[in-house]
Design a protein around this ligand. Structure first.
Ligand code: GLU
Length: 478
């Protein structure tokens, strides 16, 4: 059924080929064996399956996939997408992107992705639970899930609730397996999830944008001042990634001037209030009709074309194409979603002098914090539990010593600030921030030293080099 606004739902049957062609482009800057490059690009295991569920008095067939793209590292890792638009090409492309994404942010996993071809809105919670548990059983039957094998996570259309059903099904079928909870990430905190995972992808996108605009030389070339303060941003998608990207960009000083969703887009050059817009959409079912918007568009894609410095497509793939790239006013595109810019549109944008912060880096915050969750599950202890009190006590001892030897007295606020040991959330955010900062400069450095025109190609060069080294170290390639 065609949706009122197809821009968010358009699928590219060539998505996997696009990802492979990014590798081919990057390969020109490396000297790896052609066969090895073919192995790097190939999807190692593609599991396509179907199972029936009962709906009322009849049965329905559910089509599903799990693709493990690369086993150069174990486990493989990647979300499960619940969408009626899911197809094999898409799951393969997204699994491949996970491999490169993990490599670029030094998360020691191979890439994977899952898909269940349903629109979750068409099913009751009980039906969704039934589908998710059965999907998990099918993965268990074929050894496509496990803390050391393949570890799913949330993706478009799935969240903490689905992850807890998966964890529970896996635990039930693997009694006594000590590390069983590491079989899936993105779980609720109460079920051994980790603080900060829900907002991690959006937070990571915001760090990525902040890092990009902090490079004075690059901003000068774009005619922009360095720093996020006052930068005008349009965000497409008010889901988990879009919402949190906007939230943290605002916290870092940017102004959100536009939001785009299925049903339309809104714009105000003076800025929009994120929570007001979010609550308006929640209560009315539409982004349109928000009183403080200066302009609104029934055609969502027009929203992308409004004046701004940074555009964050954080919905689905294939949103910025040859059809609309010439009208995009942003100087920077930060890909919150996977594959939102088609290769031709990206090439055009770069030719015009724009910067694309590529998906495989920009949205890697989710899998980075998933990695922390997995580590927490394997170590069976929350981050900070052992050291927090110890750090606080030694900080207090140091302060007492300073006070007694210098005769100064610290204020209560100063004492609290210095004494504080790190919480799990603070440790997670620190690890995430460090990962995003380091990776940005690693990619930019490759771009500069090799004279590459785009951050995406540079990111692929870095990723391909790391994966090639893993294969060679495994002795698979002499
Ligand atoms: N689905 C997310 C992604 O595409 C998260 C994957 C994960 O945490 O494993 O990066």
């Amino acid at each position: 059924m065609a949706h009122a606004n197809d821009i968010l739902l358009t699928q590219a049957p060539h998505f996997y080929d696009d990802v492979c062609s990014f590798v081919d482009q990057a390969a020109q800057y490396t000297n790896h064996d052609k066969g090895l490059l073919n192995q790097i690009k190939a999807c190692n295991s593609v599991y396509r399956f179907q199972f029936p569920i009962r709906r009322g008095n009849s049965f329905e067939i559910i089509h599903a996939w799990r693709v493990e793209h690369s086993h150069h590292m174990s486990p493989t890792k990647g979300g499960i997408r619940y969408s009626e638009m899911v197809n094999e090409d898409e799951v393969m492309a997204l699994a491949a992107l996970m491999t490169y994404k993990c490599a670029i942010v030094n998360v020691p996993f191979g890439g994977a992705k899952g898909g269940i071809k349903i629109n979750p809105k068409d099913y009751t919670v009980a039906e969704l639970e039934n589908i998710t548990r059965r999907y998990t059983v099918e993965l268990i039957k074929k050894n496509f899930i496990g803390p050391g094998i393949d570890v799913p996570a949330p993706d478009y259309g799935s969240g903490e609730r689905e992850m807890s059903w998966i964890a529970d099904t896996y635990l039930t079928m693997n009694p006594g397996q000590l590390d069983a909870l590491g079989c899936v990430t993105g779980k609720p905190i109460a079920l051994h999830g980790i603080a900060g995972r829900r907002e991690a992808t959006g937070r990571g996108v915001a760090y990525a944008v902040r890092e990009c605009v902090s490079v004075a030389e690059d901003m000068k070339a774009l005619g922009l001042t360095p720093g996020l303060a006052g930068k005008k941003v349009i965000v497409q998608g008010l889901g988990n990634v879009g919402y949190h990207t906007a939230k943290f960009l605002i916290e870092f000083g940017a102004i959100i001037v536009g939001f785009c969703e299925y049903e339309g887009a809104i714009y105000n050059p003076d800025g929009l209030d994120l929570d007001e817009v979010f609550n308006h959409r929640k209560s009315t079912g539409s982004i349109l009709g928000y009183a403080k918007a200066k302009k609104e568009f029934k055609n969502s894609s027009e929203g992308l074309e409004q004046d701004c410095d940074v555009l964050v497509p954080a919905a689905l793939e294939n949103q910025i194409t040859e059809a609309n790239i010439a009208n995009i006013k942003a100087k920077i595109i930060a890909e919150g979603a996977n594959g939102p810019t088609t290769p031709a549109a990206a090439a055009e944008f770069i030719k015009q002098g724009g910067i694309i912060i590529p998906d495989m880096y920009a949205n890697a915050g989710g899998v980075t914090v998933s990695y922390f969750e997995w580590l927490k599950n394997l170590s069976h202890v929350a981050f900070g539990r052992m050291g927090r009190r110890y750090d606080e006590n030694s900080n207090i001892n140091i302060m007492n010593l300073i006070e007694s030897t210098t005769g100064t007295t610290l204020s209560l606020e100063q004492r609290l600030l210095v004494a504080k040991g790190a919480t799990e959330l603070e440790l997670v955010n620190s690890g995430l921030e460090d990962t995003m900062i380091r990776s940005y400069h690693e990619i930019r450095e490759i771009k500069m030293t090799k004279g590459i025109d785009s951050l995406r190609t540079a990111a692929f060069v870095g990723a391909v080099d790391k994966i090639a080294i893993s294969y060679m170290n495994m002795g698979i390639w002499p």
